[in-house]
Each structure stands twice: as C-alpha cells, then as structure tokens.
Design a protein around this ligand. Structure first.
Ligand code: ARE
Length: 587
C-alpha cells in the first residue's frame, strides 16, 4: 500500500458534519492501490464496546487517487476512528499518528492501548453544522446585467443612451432598468426560471455599477426603492427569488466618505475607512491607496474598521428587511478579510436564515466554505472544465472525469449541493462564443450544466443564441425581437429546465462517473437520488459515433432526453451507440 498517497484530515472536507446527526468521513488512497477500505469507529468513552468496522464506498477517483467516503451517525455525537486499508496480502491501520500493520482480529483499543492514536471528530455540535438554504438546490438561476436586459421606463434613460442592440463599448448606456425586468417576468417564468441574480443596481456612474456611490439608493437610471420592491414582490408572486450583488470589497470614487477623504485628507472622519498609504489622496500615476486591481475609481474599503463594518452590515440587512431580497452575491469575495464575512453571515442569517450567501471566488474556496462564511461560491472551475472538454478539447473524457471528481471531494456534500454552476457571465466570453458558434457543442454544454450537481445559472440571452467575446462584448443588449431569437434553442433550454425540475435525482442526487466509459470523446455519469432513483447521462463530443455501455440494460431504462442526432441506436443489453456530438439522458 502506497503510504505517501494516503490522506485524511479531521474537521476539513475529509471529516465534516453533514447534518445534526451525521458526520461524513473521507479518505484518499493511491489510485487502484487498495481493494477495500473500512472505518473503525466508536465513542472514545465506551471503547471498544461501541466500535464498529464499516466498509467505506469508493465514491470518486482520478488519475492519482481513489476517494472513499462513509456517512456515520455517532451514537453520542462523539466520533473516534481509524481506517483499515486492505489488499490481497496486506492490512494496514491508518490513524492520526500514522500507519500500523495489524490484523483485523486484533482490533485496536482506545484509551488503554496508547499504541493507537485515533482520529477524532470530538463532538457534533449543531451550531457548527453548515446548512445552506434548502431552496437553492432546487433553483434555476438567471443572471441579469440590468443595464442590458430590457428598457421598461424610457424616462429614466441616461442622456447618452444608445439605440437598443449592437455592440457595447466600456462607456455605452442602453437604458436597461428594473421596470424592464418586471415587464419580462412572464418570459422568465415561462422559461422555468426560479431565481434571479442581478449585477449591481445601486447608484453608480458606470454601466456595470461596480463602483458604488450610494449603497442605500437604487441607481436613478434603474428606478428607485419602490421599483425594486415591486420587482421583488412580483418575482415572489411567481415563486422567483432575487439575489443582489454586494460590492463590499471596494466602493466608487463618488462614495461620500471617500469624497470626504479626498477633500480633508488625514483630518477626515473617514480617513480610516480606506487603506490610504499617504495623504493627500493622489490618483495618478497610480493611486496612493488600495483599490480593486489598480483602478483609482474603486477604492478598497477597510473592512476591519468597526464603522465600515456597521455601515455595510446595515446595507446588507436593509435590503433584505426593507424589500425582501433572498440573497447576496459577494463581489471580489477573496480579497476581503474572513472576519468581516463571518460577521456578515451572522447579521444576514439573523434577519433571513434562508438567505443565500454566494462568494465570487474563481478558485478552490475551502477556507470560505466551512459554514461560518459563505453558503457557496461561483463555480468557475466547473466552467473551465466544461470548456476544456467540450470546446478547447484540451482534455479528454478521462481527464474531465478526473477533474470533476477532484472538485467533488473538495467540498462537503451540502456545499456541492448548492454550488453556483455557470457556463459564462458578465466577466467571461459568452458560451456560444466559446463554442465558436457551434450550437451542437453549446447544447452539450447546457446538458452538462443542467444535469450537474449544484445550482445552474443561465446568463441572460444565452437561451436565444446571443454571443459575444470578452467584457464588454458579452454584455450586449438582450435580443427581444423574436425574429432574431433562436426559438428552437429557447425551447431546448426550457425542456432541459423542465427535465431537471421534474427529477429529484438531478437536483439533489450524488454524481458518480462510470469510469470505464469516460475516455476519448465520451463521458458517462450517474445521478443518484436518496431514494435510489437513478439517472444516467452520456455525452459524445466527437465527430464519430461511439459505442457506450450503460450501467443498466435496455429493458430497465427509459430514454428521457436527447441532444443531437436522433438515430441513437439502443442495443439489447447495456449497449448504445451515440452519434457524433450528441448526448442522452436515461432513467
Ligand atoms: C474593466 C474593463 C475590462 C478590463 C478591466 C481592466 O471592462 O475589459 O479588463 O477593466 O482593468 C468591474 C466591471 C469590469 C471592469 C472592472 C474594473 O464589471 O467591466 O473591467 O470593474 O474596472 C478577478 C477578480 C474578480 C473580478 C474579475 C473581473 O478576482 O473578483 O477579476 N470580478 C468582479 C466582478 C466584475 C467587476 C469587479 C469584480 C470589480 O464580477 O464584473 O468588474 O468590482 C482569474 C483570476 C480571478 C479573476 C479572473 C477574471 O481566474 O484568478 O481572480 O477575477 O481570472 O479575470
């Protein structure tokens, strides 16, 4: 047994409270190395009488490792454990102190036998259980860049407004507003959307509004507090939730406290609200205060300052209490101190326990997802894995399954359940652009998104075939002219949403790759619901037909959904032939 590959760490994604009665224990071993892995577990105060040796399931694997998992419900909420790894000719105990070769019949004893030092999950305290809001795993999100979605009130248009349509520059204004969203809620409901994510809507001079001037005021070109209230109420009437963008890492240059510092320098009452290196404030050649990137118009807020905290916590709770929003997406979440996020979580959950707190982090986000800060993060690693497999073709089916498997063991299961999965956003080229205009690849990517674990989010307009490169091109005005919309694509997206919404296995089930069938141009995976209901998804990205062997044979399965050519050949046994660039879903 390769000891160097073995890894476990208590109170991490390798051992965490899943709910108030369950601890999930995971172990990593070298790929293909260990035949069987069992967990010896019990209560340290009742050892060895309370101990059990329970087989762990090999839930995922990648090129280097196998990942094992077991859900344990400790009798007294205390857990003490060791791993027994076995091959045909070796049995190895793995404990907090390392390895020990001993036979199974020599069960190690706790307390008395100090030669074994168990791992411990000392106590399962309900207060530490990370419970993301339940509604999120059922939700279908739709991201709206408000300046570009719909113009519902021409009287609010900025002076420099351009005619709707066409390609934006960084300075363009097209007149989109909150009324425009209200007017199109029927459209969204009809598509199957159940939650909205709006980019910033507070007063700000730019079209993207990430440089906030006033966090308590809706941007006058978008509407006012009453319009937002109407939007939230109208959305709630349709069972659609609303999440707003919280830009708390930095403000805008026009933010009154910053203006005060510009005017009064070190004497300003707000001097400590920012990270100023030297007074007076200078903007050129580089700002002499911390900013987002090197953007002088985005001064970084000192979120360690108690007044700043109070101010921003009030903002966060104000919009929940006053207009009833359902969550916050936290901009540049990784550059703000953890302490601030911990307190923000407490404040937000105190006024709305079901509020969704979503961090914008593009990388491994374990330090923020321990239950004390965010419910989830934007799942860009998933986005890039899909592109690498489907569009760049820089990885094959094996590597795709490997990557995704690694992602799935990164976080606790309850986090996987509510990760915010996206294929594009206002910060990336659009999906169709990535697919080089090939709508067959685009459909496969959407199939992946809507059958993947976590919460899918559609970027406005992708459903009608909108395209565009990097920011600002990906922020073109929504195409409303029906003759210019791809109505077939829209119908396809609606069907996919309907498929997901109708199948608990797709919304809440675990995901397991069928390893033998993930290679070359193909991947096959299963989604398994708690009640055992099972969905199989198979994808062939390539130019040639491929034969795939499914886990169930023809008699036991029902074809639910298909992407690509319809000449899917179903053999008698588990065999099917997938035509080029196609995919299918079976129950
Ligand atoms: C503007 C221009 C861009 C230009 C940029 C350069 O539009 O074309 O490239 O300036 O200075 C907002 C606006 C942007 C604007 C930006 C600065 O929406 O249009 O860009 O302000 O004025 C990193 C951050 C992540 C951030 C992305 C964009 O970690 O937080 O960069 N995303 C949020 C919002 C943005 C917003 C801001 C932050 C600022 O979603 O819309 O920009 O409030 C790697 C890195 C990531 C990096 C990612 C993307 O993976 O690891 O850290 O994200 O790439 O670059």
């Amino acid at each position: 047994i390769c000891r160097e590959a073995v890894h476990h760490k208590p109170k991490s994604n390798y051992a965490y409270a899943f709910d108030e009665t369950t601890v999930h224990v995971r172990l990593r071993t070298k790929h293909g190395d260990v035949d069987r892995c069992r967990l010896l577990h019990g209560d340290k105060f009742e050892w060895p009488e309370s101990t059990e040796l329970t087989p762990m399931e090999r839930v995922h694997s990648d090129a280097h490792y196998d990942y094992w998992q077991l859900a344990v419900e400790p009798d007294n909420r205390r857990l003490c454990y060791a791993f027994l790894l076995e091959t045909a000719d070796e049995a190895l105990w793995y404990t907090e102190w390392g390895f020990e070769s001993r036979a199974e019949n020599e069960l190690p004893t706790a307390g008395t036998d100090r030669s074994l030092h168990y791992f411990e999950y000392p106590f399962l305290n309900p207060a530490d259980v990370h419970e993301p809001p339940e509604w999120v795993s059922d939700a279908i999100f739709y991201q709206i860049f408000p300046e570009r979605f719909a113009n519902g009130d021409r009287e609010l248009d900025p002076e420099s407004v351009e005619a709707w349509g066409g390609r934006p520059t960084r300075e363009s204004f097209f007149g989109g507003d909150l009324q425009g969203i209200i007017d199109n809620l029927d459209y969204l409901e009809d598509l199957g959307i159940t939650a909205l994510y709006l980019n910033p809507i507070f007063e700000s001079s730019s079209n993207h509004k990430y440089n906030t001037a006033d966090y308590r005021r809706i941007d006058p070109h978008f509407g006012d507090e009453e319009t937002l209230r109407e939007l939230v109420d109208a959305a709630h009437d349709r069972d659609i939730r609303v999440m707003l963008d919280a830009v708390f890492n930095h403000c805008g240059r026009q933010f009154a406290p910053f203006q005060d510092v510009v005017e009064n320098g070190a004497d300003s009452a707000y001097a400590d609200w920012f990270h100023v290196h030297e007074f007076p404030i200078e903007f050129e050649p580089r700002p002499n205060y911390d900013t987002f990137g090197f953007e002088a118009y985005m001064p970084k807020l000192n979120t360690g300052n108690p007044e700043v905290k109070e101010y921003l916590f009030d903002v966060a709770t104000y919009w929940i209490e006053e207009v009833g929003i359902d969550g916050w997406r936290l901009d540049v979440a990784d550059e703000v101190d953890h302490q601030f996020w911990r307190e923000l979580r407490r404040e937000v959950k105190a006024v709305k326990p079901g509020a969704y707190i979503l961090g914008e982090i593009w990388h491994d986000s374990r330090p923020w997802l321990r239950g004390d800060q965010f419910d989830a993060v934007m799942n860009y690693p998933f986005t890039y894995a899909v592109y690498d497999f489907l569009t760049n073709e820089s990885i094959d089916g094996t590597e795709f399954a490997d990557k995704i498997s690694r992602f799935l063991v990164r976080y606790p299961e309850q986090v996987n359940q509510v990760l915010f999965n996206l294929l594009d956003s206002h910060d990336t080229p659009r999906l169709l652009h990535r697919c080089d205009g090939d709508k067959r690849s685009l459909r496969l990517a959407l199939l992946l998104l809507f059958t993947y674990r976590g919460t899918p989010c559609l970027y406005y307009g992708d459903e009608v075939g909108m395209t565009g490169g990097d920011d600002p091109d990906c922020r073109q005005p929504m195409v409303w002219d029906r003759s210019e919309q791809d109505r077939e694509l829209r119908a396809f997206v609606a069907e996919l949403i309907e498929l997901r919404s109708s199948l608990p296995a797709l919304r809440g089930g675990t995901l397991r790759f069928v390893d033998e069938e993930c290679h070359g141009d193909r991947v096959v995976y299963r989604r398994i619901a708690d009640d055992g209901d099972e969905i199989t998804v198979a994808i062939n990205r390539g130019p040639d037909p491929v034969d795939v062997s499914l886990p169930t044979d023809a008699r036991d399965r029902e074809l639910l959904f298909q992407v690509g050519d319809s000449d899917l050949v179903q053999g008698e046994d588990g065999q099917v032939t997938l035509s080029p660039t196609s995919g299918a879903v079976w129950r």
